[in-house]
Design a protein around this ligand. Structure first.
Ligand SMILES: [Zn+2]
Ligand SMILES: [Zn+2]
Length: 275
């Protein structure tokens, strides 16, 4: 079994309205690409911030600018016009857990992908006005990032913890702390160990400046030792990126003794042999 759950039906750029991408024909392009790559379990997880209902959770200026679509129309489209699993990529917004839980619990997802993109108002993966790296000490940013990631896991709101070391996205194009990075991973580990969350192994990092899988092998091994299962995804925003570089990552996973992947339906998780 191979999975791709953290998938977007459209790029993040402007000019990507729901009317153009939430169509049966577009879903079919993703299904065809998945079949070609041997991916049986395929789901979509649109960014929560593209839905107007997200503004009940958080009114970050970036969200205000992005929130255009109706979340229930998205759910209805996926359920009625596609054969894809229904997911969503939801941010962990500290202090807004109840509001996000209300948004999530009101809909019948197959799974919820939880992400940390923002540290307070600044984003770790976004250039421009909200770039955390415009003025930041890498040790402080990395510490805050992994503390927040651990809190996200601990909330129990998410089935999958997305791109777990996203903070490294820019590679050498942003400051990186010196030395053994496990001192940062440790900050997330208690929350992860005490949760029931699956750890996303994502090939998206291979397409980003860092050029590495998320998470780093040392962090993944710590999560595995804590008993967490693995959820495999590409974070594709176009069909061509589905299952991107899976050969490489499956080899990496089997090399460290991972033999099963998490599979989701109706927010229930089971494990299936990898392959
Ligand atoms: Zn993300
Ligand atoms: Zn994503």
């Amino acid at each position: 079994m191979l999975t791709d759950y953290h998938v977007h039906l459209r790029p993040d750029d402007d000019g990507t309205p729901a009317s153009k991408y939430f169509t049966a024909a577009n879903a079919e392009r993703y299904r065809d690409a998945a079949v070609e790559r041997g991916i049986d379990e395929l789901g979509v997880s649109e960014h929560v911030h593209r839905f107007v209902q997200a503004l009940d959770v958080w009114e970050h200026p970036f969200w205000r600018q992005q929130a255009r679509d109706d979340i229930d129309a998205y759910c209805q489209f996926v359920r009625e016009e596609t054969d894809l699993r229904l997911g969503i990529e939801a941010d962990f917004v500290p202090g807004r857990e109840d509001r996000m839980a209300n948004l999530l619990d009101a809909r019948e997802w197959d799974y919820v992908v939880g992400s940390v993109h923002f540290l307070r108002d600044a984003a770790v993966d976004m250039r421009g006005d909200w770039d955390v790296w415009r003025s930041a000490d890498p040790d402080k940013v990395w510490a805050r990032y992994f503390e927040t990631l651990g809190e996200a896991a601990r909330t129990g709101m998410f089935d999958i913890l997305a791109h777990p070391d996203l903070v490294k996205v820019w590679g050498g194009d942003a400051p990186v702390p010196d030395g053994d990075l496990r001192r940062f991973y440790e900050l997330a580990l208690d929350g992860i160990a005490e949760s029931d969350v699956a750890i996303e192994v994502s090939t998206a990092g291979l397409r980003k400046p860092v050029g590495e899988v998320y998470p780093a092998p040392a962090f993944l091994e710590m999560c595995l030792e804590a008993g967490r299962p693995v959820a495999l995804s590409s974070d594709a925003h176009v069909p061509e990126h589905l299952g991107h570089d899976y050969e490489r990552v499956v080899e990496l996973l089997t090399g460290i003794g991972v033999t099963e992947l998490a599979v989701f339906e109706g927010r229930e998780r089971r494990l299936e042999p990898i392959g």
